[in-house]
Design a protein around this ligand. Sequence first.
Ligand code: ADP
Ligand code: MG
Length: 240
Amino acid sequence: MIELFNVSKQVPSGSETLTILHSLNLTILDGQFISIVGPSGSGKSTLLGLIAGLDAPTAGDIRIDGESIVTMNEDALARLRGKKIGFVFQSFHLIPSLTALEKVLVPMEIAGVSNEPLRARQLLVDVDLTARASHYPSQLSGGEQQRVAIARAFANDPSILLADEPTGNLDSYNGRHIFDLIVEIHQRRSATLILVTHDHNLAEHADRSIALSDGRVVDDRLRLVPSTTENRDIAEVIHS
Ligand code: ADP
Ligand code: MG
């Protein structure tokens, strides 16, 4: 479970203080798919960075599985990320000198995963890149590079996947393929998925869709299938 309690983020801006996020409270249940939408500059990336512990809030508390991350030092945060969190960005952030296979192997070695050659190859199968295992980023299309980034993000078998506009640099065909792939792996591994997107059609597929504007939650809705008790229970937890 991911919990944010009165989380705010401010940065100095000249002689003023700019508030990027205003006192945010949020509970995200394990295994859920949450989409985050909102105009450019509304605080979406800042929010993901805070949840990943890549950035610290100005005030408030963030807990992952009950453990507060705001007081953790860099080493503890890096360990937590290595164990629990995968990140996919809009620009693919791939190291030019590593092949697709090596990119998936490196985080596995860092995380101390067993059987890594076999599991790395399986991840490349999952993203349909077996024929590209020994290719470098410059030899891959945008869609293929993002598939490598997805395989890398899942290499440490994270329970939380954070995806910041992962389809933003792709055409609609490749974007849809990447989206389907992320959702499929999230479901297969029961990982929590928090996906930032500009595409409202994609956002609608989430269990819960949160809209940000000027650093505030302006909409928060569940995709309810009214007859299922499971969804009603989730709704009660979230709105209690
Ligand atoms: P989004 O991802 O929704 O486009 P961001 O979270 O990247 O929005 O940014 C929200 C706002 O905060 C923007 O106006 C951005 O310019 C500003 N911002 C983000 N990080 C910083 C920073 N380190 N210093 C100053 N302003 C920042
Ligand atoms: Mg952003």
